[in-house]
Design a protein around this ligand. Sequence first.
Ligand SMILES: C[S@@+](CC[C@H](N)C(=O)[O-])C[C@H]1O[C@@H](n2cnc3c(N)ncnc32)[C@H](O)[C@@H]1O
Length: 213
Amino acid sequence: MLKLLNKSLFLSLGSAIGSQVSLRVACHTQARPMPHQFAKVLDHPLRMKYRDPVETLGPFGLGPGMTVLDLGCGTGTFTVEMARMVGETGIVHAVDLQAPLIDQTRLRVGETGVLNRVHLHCCGAYQLPLADDSVDVAVLIATLAEMPNKLLALAELSRVLKPGARVAISEELPDPAYVPPVTVRKWLTEAGFRFGGQIGTFFCYSMIFFNEK
Ligand SMILES: C[S@@+](CC[C@H](N)C(=O)[O-])C[C@H]1O[C@@H](n2cnc3c(N)ncnc32)[C@H](O)[C@@H]1O
């Protein structure tokens, strides 16, 4: 009986590890957006244990009156806090490729009474509906690695960011598209951004870069 239990435990563990490995390999060989059907994981209480919006956004330097870009906003997990941080005179541009996620963000932002300072855009990162030199801080949480053409996305980001403006890139290991800090730093420096520091752990980290143009 004990032998049988051990065997089935071993098999379940093996298939769990196997599916994790194949999911991660698939995400890295062909970058793609997380399907919106899985959006519940973004607001899972376990995620919020290491992804508290106030703590995550705190070091990114958002402040009253700023124009902030939440690129790949998902369900708006961080959009609401960004809107609070920029205050009544600021603007948050929440961008996502998937309409159901923009709808969820709209609902969430509306419920917290900050919709007037959030502009929602259902579009891709390669062509943003924003003016040149108009953004003070861009935030990409668990998003950049999902984009097939990082250089194109970063060039567009540089266009909309003010000279010297900040980009915060944040990654977390439970995300199957997770990439380590060394990879993010390589992508950003190749795209012409200047490294400004790193915080957090290998498991969940954030990096700040400056737009050098
Ligand atoms: C893993 S989710 C993270 C969502 C949110 N930033 C968070 O951390 O809760 C990544 C999001 O980026 C969006 N995304 C991926 N590629 C994109 C692209 N090229 N342009 C715009 N959004 C994109 C996806 O649709 C998805 O909502």
